[in-house]
Design a protein around this ligand. Sequence first.
Ligand code: NOJ
Length: 498
Amino acid sequence: MARILDISFCLLFCIVILPENTTSYRSSSRPNVRSDFPKDFKFGAATSAYQTEGGWDADGKGPSMWDVALHNNPSLVLDRSNGDVSGDSYHVFDKDLKIIKELGLDFYRFSISWPRLLPNGDISSLNQAGVKYYNMVIDKLLANNIEPLVTMLHFDIPDEIQKLGGATNPIFVDYFASYANLLYKLFGDRVKNWVTINEPRLFCVYSYGNGILVPNLNTSGVGDYLCGDHMLKAHAKAYKIYQDHYFQQFRGRVGIVLEAVGTYCRKGGSLSLNDRAMEYYLGWMAHPLLSNKGDYPEVMRKEIDENSKLEGRAWSRLPKLDQHWIDLMKGTCDFLGLNYYSSQYGVPLNRTDQFKPPSFEQDVGLQLFADPSWPAANSWLTSFPKGLRDILNWIKSQYGDIDIIITENGWADGGQLKDTERIEYLTKHLQEVLNAIHIDKCNVKGYTYWSLLDSFEWVSGFSERFGLYSVDIGSPTKERTPKESAIVYKNIIRNRKI
Ligand code: NOJ
């Protein structure tokens, strides 16, 4: 999806601005030592419901906010496409199962469409056809020794809940918690690894903040922090419900998926900019859940409070967490899902420059740009594999040895079968995962390629393809064809070695 990177700024300045090796954030530069994965390391691939399932109104499914927004305004997407049909997994899941088996995956990460199960978002509206579909998916995976890693919410909030303000309304927390409870009840006997929410930071900033993603609200610097607050509360409640009512019986795990972008800056101020950027981009969501102290990162608390005051506001744009919530959120991850795609450089942003206050970007206060020497797939996706290792080290230094699963990492192109750049990207990132495991002793337990197959890529539609398998989107049968990267990944999985 498009991210705002001012490339012209980069061309002017990034040659002279080099990241400094000054913080705990950067891992050592020792060369690759081993190419084999630990015995218990697991490999997967991922999809999400709106991007892949199709069947947007099949068998009683309700509309998600994406269905409604893109039907009303197709121009929100570059090629005016939408997820109405996409790879049609709702109707042809067996084709997905076939390629999942072909790759030899240990696990398959997919998401449940909340409005397929609960057309109006509330548990009063249970749609039995949705229950049947996900039972079928889960049962077929397990019958083939493939573990389901199930995401409860991957951007597609039911439209009925969005009409109430979606994740900016505090009632979202209770809607989500009762949806999570239902999921445990329906599928918890077989699903042992749950992700509550996918990329809450990015979702909140892009959907409610800067208006790039549906529902394009543009409540910049206010709605995004409200959304973040409710996402964290919803996650914590869902976690607690599992612990209190299901863990004893089902013995599963509940985690969250956070995205991180390696951000390299010059040193400045009392807290180096590298660490400061990480606090905003990752710590906002990670600190309340994973740190010993809990709560939002101190630097965000202090700076957003100050910014809000300067703007003449009556209260801070970053909501205050009371002790009840701080305690409830702390320690609510049995594992951390990490999505990593790209890195960037940052220089302090002149406040009057690009973003009018208030905004998340203005609060972070960094002008971001990619290094022109990094291979680029698009404006936001550049290949800097060491960034992944650095982030794993940052997480270790901040939050200790929590189990980490890389839940997404992938490359976009035009969809050609000879996808040499994807192979480069995949193998180099896997090598950095190995370095993080063997050299830095980071606790990485699994890797998930995004995506199993070509699918609807949000604001880029089908103009960008991330799949290991190509999908003939225009044909009724939606045939899946392996790209060269699928063969490479399959061999890595079979040999447990790059
Ligand atoms: C992360 C999101 O979770 C996924 O939905 C998206 O397709 C990829 N990034 C690529 O943009």
